[in-house]
Write a protein that binds this ligand. Sequence first.
Ligand code: NAD
Length: 320
Amino acid sequence: MGRPEGRHGRLCREARSQVERTLDMTTIAFIGLGNMGGGMAANLAKAGHDVAAFDISQAALETAVGNGCRAAESGADAVKGAEAVVTMLPAGKHVKAVYTDDVFDNAEPGTLLLDCSTIDVDTAREVAEEAGTKGFLMVDAPVSGGIAAANGGTLTFMVGGPDNAFARAEPILEAMGKAVIHAGESGAGQAAKICNNMLLGATMIATCETFNLARRLGLDLQTFYDISSKASGQSWSMTSYCPVPGIGPQSPADNDYEGGFAAPLMLKDLKLAMEAADSVDARTPMGAKARALYEQYVAHGGDKKDFSGIIAFLEHGESR
Ligand code: NAD
């Protein structure tokens, strides 16, 4: 006969089960452990989930194991026995291949699928439809926020999918972000993401060329910032991510345009936005111009720089 449980033992047991309830531990397969996925998978593990991680890059996999995930041998191996699958992959073709080759044939029907990659709306809808016919619940859940937000668990998720899928996805996404917003049916997350980033690309260019003009007109740039940030020209590009070094809050401009959101990723999103606009006959002349300018910037030295570094390209015709 064991000793009767003391007050301390009972409190410990109650505290443990409270923690387990709070964590609501889930077995999660995470595929795609790159710049973004690495931090996201680490945050899921930190939140107490059992994360089976896979990436074709051995180095990425080893980092994930160092951050509390367990290594799977393949995508197919990762999804076996998982209650949820999260993918964070470069583009639509990777997403299609991973779901077709690894997920659909190896995950249990009923498993929740969350694709957090930024991909084209049509592929997102196509994959979600196939998932539905195979008995899975799926959301597209692209993110706003860069590598620092992925590492810090402060991403914003824009989610497309049916209500019951969103309800199950929300607590998992909350472990990786500061905001989780249901945008509508399948594909709506991707639609919201590219609309947001088309607006961001255009306002960043407008902000950059405005500061370049202000300088040439002899305005003190701090004074112009003080005025415009409180006037009708204010935007997130100006007051949260100012492209001029030394002005506004700390931003990649203060770090020689390193880190932050890489210009090639902005170009990728603008291309997706233009494809989507064509598919629904939307006229987006500013979006088209932004895409053309980012294409030139990336081809003229901006390929390794933050997207706000386009300010130098707009001023000089090349990245400095
Ligand atoms: P990344 O290239 O660093 O990571 C992608 C990872 O996927 C790589 O590690 C790659 O090895 C892995 N991968 C590719 N095919 C695979 C497969 N078949 N099986 C397993 N792993 C595979 O890219 P990232 O910067 O992490 O971006 C991921 C997604 O997030 C992209 O869609 C991007 O547009 C989006 N995004 C990126 C940022 C950012 O700041 N980096 C911000 C917002 C959104």
